[in-house]
Design a binder for this molecule. Structure first.
Ligand code: DQA
Length: 149
């Protein structure tokens, strides 16, 4: 059976395309979802792409992912820098996870340099705009291939 991945997006990412385009680009979240589904399909994965402005909803989706998905890609947006709850949820389900950011969070304000998710993910892709998501899908496909070999 094809592996399936859950791609989660945090607060304000529903505003992409209109939101600070000089930092986040002109692609909408729908554009990114379409590109992710296409990329995942090309790699033989199925992808479920979701966004929420609510921390608890994201925590719930991570908890429910156990047993339903093989891996998680997450752009937690501002919750990256604040949320012990998302970190704990990722550690609790123990699925391979990859953190994604459109912008290079290390080249911006100091408060963006710290990620609470860091210890709960295999790695992070940041700074490549919408392409960050596609690179993360490549990475998770690689991880999932290693575990099924
Ligand atoms: C972001 C970076 C975060 O610092 C910010 O709060 C976001 C988007 C990114 O994708 O570059 O909302 O996660």
């Amino acid at each position: 059976m094809a592996s399936s991945i859950l791609i989660l997006n945090g607060p304000n990412l529903n505003m992409l395309g209109r939101r600070e385009p000089g930092i986040y680009g002109r692609a909408s979240l729908d554009d990114i979802r379409d590109a992710c589904v296409q990329k995942a399909t090309a790699l033989g994965l199925s992808a479920d792409f979701r966004q929420s402005n609510h921390e608890g909803e994201l925590v719930g989706w991570i908890q429910e992912a156990a047993g339903r998905f093989d891996g998680i890609i997450i752009n937690a947006a501002a919750y990256t820098h604040t949320s012990v709850a998302l970190r704990d949820a990722l550690l609790a389900v123990a699925l391979p996870a990859i953190e994604v950011h459109l912008s290079n969070i290390h080249a911006r304000e100091d408060f963006r340099r710290h990620s609470y998710l860091g210890p709960a993910v295999r790695g992070m892709v940041a700074g490549f705009g919408a392409q960050s998501y596609l690179l993360a899908i490549d990475a998770i496909a690689h991880i999932l291939n290693e575990t099924t070999d």
